[in-house]
Design a protein around this ligand. Structure first.
Ligand code: NDP
Ligand SMILES: CC[C@](O)(C(C)=O)C(=O)O
Ligand code: MG
Ligand code: MG
Length: 355
């Protein structure tokens, strides 16, 4: 299939989107990729690329807790600066707030024509990292959590991804980024070409307003409304959190219409008449405010300062969230799912007790 060649896609798509054969693996197959970090995205990129036949070296600090795991997964591991020195492509997959320091530590190992890559453009867009002019700077950003990027790939599928070029020193930056996105499984689902600015702003907005912030707030408000009115927390958990996954699965598979088709007419009428009263114009205005904070750099400054101060608000908010009744009731309910044992562990992220 070539660019934009899907059923009636040409009439609908507004941007370049790439699939399977649009990517040319030769742009990456003779190269060594250093994946710095072996967390959520790091393990997925490293393992997917390795399984796609790419030479991968993982870069980790010497006392890293991820080091033994990466080695037992069959990967070569060394320090970030050694990995950078031997690699043609260096993908930064340590946390955003750590990346500037790691970049500074490895920068001397970058050679002319190498590529510096990101899965999120925060540090480039907000000027926290300034790469030298003699390298390419690109992005391959999966639109999904790393553990799902790995799971999708292993199951023969893929997670959609974005590619972007910030600096094209070699003239091959885009082709190489697309080949990388193919290597991690992105072209199996669709790879959208964008810019660093668009990726950063849409990603931060999406995770704050809808995917992580908005949805958890909606779930907790629904749960609290039922529990405060005297309903059993177990029932409120199944109604407002567990079933959300099942409803979203239907939207994922067949769109919003597919979900309405499967639920009852009563649910459909109730949802169509009440939904906009819950998420109303005020919520829309709040979303616009959140987007504005992202676009102006206000959120980025706040997050950078929060880290410089040792994360006081983050730590407190996280603790508060972990202590919510919905978490207390949810854990034993999930433990008692009869299929829990078979489904666990290889593909489920381990949630540490604390960090
Ligand atoms: N999480 C996701 O699914 C997504 C993330 N992204 C982007 O991908 C990038 C990586 O994010 P994510 O995968 O969440 O990161 P993680 O928090 O999962 O990264 C953890 C990894 O970074 C290493 N690390 C942590 N601190 C340091 C340090 N001080 N020095 C060296 N290594 C360190 C850890 O090793 P150690 O064992 O040594 O602590 C571990 O290997 C970010 O740019 C993020 O925005 C993009 C799309 C989705
Ligand atoms: C939705 C959160 C995310 O942007 C992601 C998994 O895509 C992230 O930064 O982790
Ligand atoms: Mg994201
Ligand atoms: Mg993000």
């Amino acid at each position: 299939m070539t660019e934009n060649e899907t059923s009636n896609a040409d009439d609908v798509f507004t941007t370049n989107i790439y699939y399977g054969d649009d990517a040319d693996a030769s742009y990456i197959e003779d190269k060594t990729v250093a994946v710095l970090g072996y967390g959520s995205q790091g393990h997925a990129h490293a393992l997917n690329l390795h399984d796609s036949g790419v030479d991968v070296v993982v870069g980790l600090r010497e006392d890293s807790s991820s080091w033994p795991q990466a080695e037992s997964d069959g990967l070569r591991v060394t320090t970030p600066d050694d990995a950078t020195a031997e690699a043609d492509i260096v993908m930064f997959l340590v946390p955003d707030t750590i990346q500037p320091a790691v970049f500074e530590a490895v920068e001397d190992g970058l050679e002319e024509g190498n590529t510096v890559m990101f899965a999120h453009g925060f540090n480039i867009h907000y000027n926290q990292i300034e790469p030298p002019e003699y390298v390419d700077v690109t992005m391959a950003a999966p639109k999904g959590p790393g553990h799902i990027v790995r799971r999708d790939y292993e199951n023969g599928g893929g997670t959609p991804a974005l590619i972007a070029v910030y600096q094209d020193y070699t003239g091959a930056a885009k082709d190489e980024a697309l080949a990388y996105a193919q290597g991690i499984g992105g072209t199996r689902a669709g790879v959208v070409e964008t810019t660093f600015r668009e990726e950063v702003e849409s990603d931060l907005f999406g995770e704050q307003a809808v995917l992580c912030g908005g949805v958890t707030s909606l779930v907790k408000h629904g749960f609290e409304t039922l529990v405060d009115a005297g309903y059993a927390p177990e029932m409120a958990y199944f109604e407002c959190l567990n079933e959300l996954k099942l409803i979203v699965d239907l939207m994922y598979e067949d769109g919003i219409g597919g979900m309405w088709y499967s639920v009852s007419d009563t649910a459909e009428y109730g949802g169509l008449t009440r939904g906009d009263r819950i998420v109303d114009e005020g919520v829309r205005e709040n979303m616009e405010e959140v987007l504005e904070e992202v676009q102006s750099g206000e959120f980025a400054r706040e997050w950078i300062n929060e880290n410089q101060a040792g994360r006081p608000s983050y730590t407190q908010l996280k603790r508060h969230d972990e202590e919510h009744k919905i978490e207390e009731i949810g854990a034993p309910l999930r433990d008692l799912f009869e299929w829990e044992d078979e489904q666990s562990d290889d593909d489920a992220p381990e949630v540490p007790a604390d960090d």
